[in-house]
Design a protein around this ligand. Structure first.
Ligand code: UD2
Length: 314
């Protein structure tokens, strides 16, 4: 079935990959983005792709868009997606990540959208040291970002009882892939490492490098977003990862060996709010859908390095 779909944050890293997959599946897509970190060049030129520049805290503008588009499906990917930024600026991040999401969710219910699929985060698990992370663990976030994403889930549970809109939260683990912007200090570690190694500059590891993450390729994150469409439950919360963990040191080693370069690593103190280990249990998502993580980290890193190099040569 073809849907009219709103994708917030659709010009960003994850959103734009998702928009391409939705267009390929034959849907009409309306992209909402304030272009604070997203880029128009991330979006394909396609007759079914429509872009509207809007800030998700602008309630009036959003209401107008939802009233006229009446989307059957909403993907909410817009956020200030940074643990560190949420610590330095909890007020602004809360207005976007918490209140922005509230607006989107309320409007989807108001116009009778069938489903809202939204980006939550492994950051909700915070200081709980049990591994792998199970959706049934009580969240204990360490950062405002984790609290904000948890609040989104609480709102989803509340609103799912109110109308006919179904809510699906996807707790992304550490997403990486082409189009992830390496330029900010808040960028994902893989994008920063690739950028610096290709420029022959040293990389920085915060802490001793033994912290681990479940690095999940953007292709698998898009897959998760696609397979949860049409799930019958009123509300679902799923981890999206690979169930495999990689330490920062191993990640750095893989990248240096792909590029055949001598390791050049600077160590700095651990960052505030940094969780030590993180790996997803993905049994729930795999049992309820056909999700299967296809991209092995080594293969994903190799593809990413080639993509970044060929983009630079253009
Ligand atoms: C990621 C997500 C965040 C949230 C969280 C869930 C990104 C950018 N952030 O936060 O949105 O979903 O996962 O747990 O994907 N590091 C270095 N050197 C660098 C940069 C980072 O050592 O130059 C370390 C950092 O201290 C951390 C690890 O690498 O231990 C991963 O950092 P990150 O910023 O990529 O992601 P994380 O896990 O803080």
């Amino acid at each position: 079935m073809s849907h009219n779909i709103i994708v917030t944050g659709g010009a960003g890293f994850i959103g734009s990959h998702l928009v391409c997959a939705l267009l390929s599946a034959g849907h009409r897509v309306v992209v909402l983005d304030d272009l604070s970190t997203g880029k128009l060049t991330n979006l394909p030129v396609h007759p079914n792709c429509h872009f509207i520049e809007v800030d998700i805290v602008d309630e009036l503008a959003l209401a107008r868009i939802f009233e006229s588009e009446r989307p059957s499906l909403v993907y909410h990917e817009a956020a200030i997606a940074s643990v560190q930024k949420s610590i330095h600026d909890p007020v602004r991040t809360s207005s976007v990540n918490d209140y922005g999401a509230k607006h989107i969710f309320e409007l989807a219910v108001h116009v009778g959208s069938e489903q809202v699929i939204f980006a939550s985060s492994a950051a909700v698990y915070g200081e709980d040291e049990r591994l792998p992370k199970l959706e049934t663990f009580e969240p204990t976030p360490l950062s405002p970002y984790g609290v904000q994403k948890w609040q989104n889930e609480i709102d989803a549970v509340r609103l799912a009882k109110k109308g006919r809109t179904r809510f699906t939260a996807l707790r992304y683990f550490n997403v990486y892939g082409p189009k992830q912007d390496p330029q900010s200090e808040y960028s994902g570690v893989i994008s920063i490492f690739v950028d610096r190694i290709l420029q022959n500059k040293p990389i920085t590891i915060f802490g001793n490098g033994e912290q681990t993450r479940d690095f999940v390729n953007i292709a698998d994150v898009v897959q998760a977003n696609m397979v949860v469409q049409e799930l019958p439950s009123n509300v679902d919360i799923f981890n999206v990862g690979t169930a495999k963990k990689t330490s920062l040191i191993d990640l750095a080693k893989h990248l240096y060996s792909i590029e055949n370069r001598i390791e050049n690593i600077v160590f700095q103190p651990k960052r505030e709010g940094d969780i030590r280990h993180s790996v997803a249990d993905i049994g729930l998502l795999m049992s309820k859908t056909v999700y299967f993580p296809n991209v092995h980290i080594l293969q994903g890193l190799q593809t990413l390095v080639s993509a970044v190099k060929s983009q630079r040569n253009r």
